[in-house]
Design a protein around this ligand. Structure first.
Ligand SMILES: NC(=O)c1ccc[n+]([C@@H]2O[C@H](COP(=O)([O-])OP(=O)(O)OC[C@H]3O[C@@H](n4cnc5c(N)ncnc54)[C@H](OP(=O)(O)O)[C@@H]3O)[C@@H](O)[C@H]2O)c1
Length: 413
């Protein structure tokens, strides 16, 4: 049976990797819907190649893509903006949704796909961080299935027994007891350490956005690349693991593994540690999730263990990467804290890219936002969205008001 796939964020790094896997299997998958935000040319090339039934693009792109469609692609339905993306995510014809939009911009469409009961392959970690425990409720109510394709979480998923996988996919995993019920003692998330693993502490303040976005192992979008450089990416992944697997932050360890071959590990009560290894390429977790419970070729070069040679592991340096401890504290605090963490981080990364914050200001900026906003209540979809907007607007207004230093930025909150 051919399964209809919708790719949210098709023009991004995840979307492109997903299309590369899918095009190898025309007898299994058909691209039903695609979405794009700014990359008109890439979007039109994808329409030409994959002939989707429906495409959603931003208002800025609608004229150009509409013009392109009149030239022989009249049968493709063109939708506009967030509403268009949400429509694709929830369309009756769609079996599998790949959530590959970057940041909180993917929140509403991820929720739409879950509420519509889809099989959702989630790369877009920020909506998971924002939803927290509400994810399990939404999934259990709608009958959706969640399969992580963030490489670490997909690795953990692959290391779990089938019964635990089913619990995680269907929202049946309960917080607290969570994976302990399946004999899991601990989750070990690996981190490459990013481009500044060996940079001395006093060399961190002059880092430029282009340096921060140059990841040594993975080719990814700009926001996640910068998150990897600050190690906030790993911090967000701690929250993501708590949400997906129902474990507490205390049961999650982070280890630096510069080779990025071991993608994460699960430790069981008997002392066994089960790991997933592969070359660092997102087509591996995407293929595993698309075919689950079967296996298909991903097109990725096979791992040669002898050539890989030594695999190294070390503890993260908390002084150099304070975002990791900040995120862990937010995960432990729960409630509104992970939402504030995520929003403040997005604003901080944008401000850093625009030259308005130094690299080393990012953790302080996020901590100030947490101190200000984390006692708010955000326990349903509306209050989560409102809190995200409030934090985003407050921080952005400070920047737009011309605050030139971090002190000015947070003064008078
Ligand atoms: N890349 C990886 O290897 C990787 C690994 C693990 C997890 N993830 C997660 O996957 C997500 C996507 O990452 P990525 O690296 O693929 O990012 P990316 O390359 O920047 O792509 C982002 C996609 O989202 C679309 N988009 C951006 N802003 C949007 C908005 N406001 N409204 C609607 N669509 C919007 C972009 O459209 P245009 O391109 O047309 O502008 C693009 O298709 C992130 O949450 C990231 O943390 C990525």
């Amino acid at each position: 049976m051919i399964r209809n796939v919708a790719i949210l964020g098709a023009t991004g790094s995840i979307g492109t990797s997903a299309l590369e896997v899918i095009e190898k299997y025309p007898d299994r998958f058909s691209i039903w819907g695609l979405t794009s935000h700014t990359r008109t040319e890439n979007c039109c090339a994808m329409i030409k190649k994959f002939r989707p039934k429906t495409v959603a693009v931003s208002s800025e792109m609608i004229g150009d893509v509409g013009g392109f469609l009149t030239d022989g692609f009249g049968s493709v339905a063109l939708l506009e903006g967030d509403q268009g993306i949400n429509t694709i995510a929830a369309a009756d014809e769609v079996d599998i949704v790949i959530a590959g939009i970057a940041g909180a911009a993917g929140f509403a469409s991820t929720v739409s796909a879950i509420r519509a009961g889809k099989k959702v392959l989630i790369a877009n970690k920020e909506p998971l961080v924002m939803l927290g425990g509400l994810l399990r409720k939404l999934v259990a109510e709608s009958g959706a299935q969640i399969v992580p394709i963030d490489s670490e979480h997909n690795a953990i998923f692959q290391c779990l027994p089938k019964a635990a996988q089913v619990d995680c996919m269907s929202g049946g995993i309960d917080k607290g007891q969570g994976l302990l019920r399946h004999g899991v003692r601990r989750i070990i998330l690996t981190a490459s350490g990013g481009p500044f693993l060996n940079t001395p502490l006093d060399g961190m303040s002059d880092i430029t956005p282009d340096q921060a976005a140059a990841h040594p192992r993975w080719t990814m979008g700009r926001k996640i690349s910068i998150d990897s450089a600050t190690m906030m990416n790993k911090g967000l992944e701690i929250v993501e693991a708590c949400v997906l697997f129902g474990v507490s932050p205390q049961n999650i360890e982070v280890v630096i593994h510069p080779e990025s071959i071991v993608h994460s590990l699960v430790e069981y009560l008997d002392g066994s540690i089960v790991a997933q290894l592969a070359n660092p390429d997102m087509r591996v977790p995407i293929a595993a999730a698309l075919a689950d419970p079967e296996r298909i070729e991903s097109g990725v070069e096979r791992l040669d263990l002898v050539r890989a040679g030594q695999l190294n592991f070390q503890n993260p340096d908390d002084r150099k990467f304070p975002c990791l401890a900040i995120a862990r504290q937010a995960a432990e605090a729960g409630g509104a804290a992970p939402i504030v963490l995520n929003t403040a981080n997005e604003v901080a990364v944008n401000a850093f890219c625009a030259g308005r914050l130094r690299f080393t200001d990012i953790p302080d900026f996020i901590q100030c936002a947490l101190d200000k906003f984390c006692d708010r209540t955000a326990d349903d979809l509306i209050s989560i969205t409102r809190l995200d907007q409030l934090v985003r607007e407050t921080l952005q207004n400070r920047l737009d008001a011309g605050a030139t230093s971090l002190q000015q930025m947070v003064a008078g909150y």
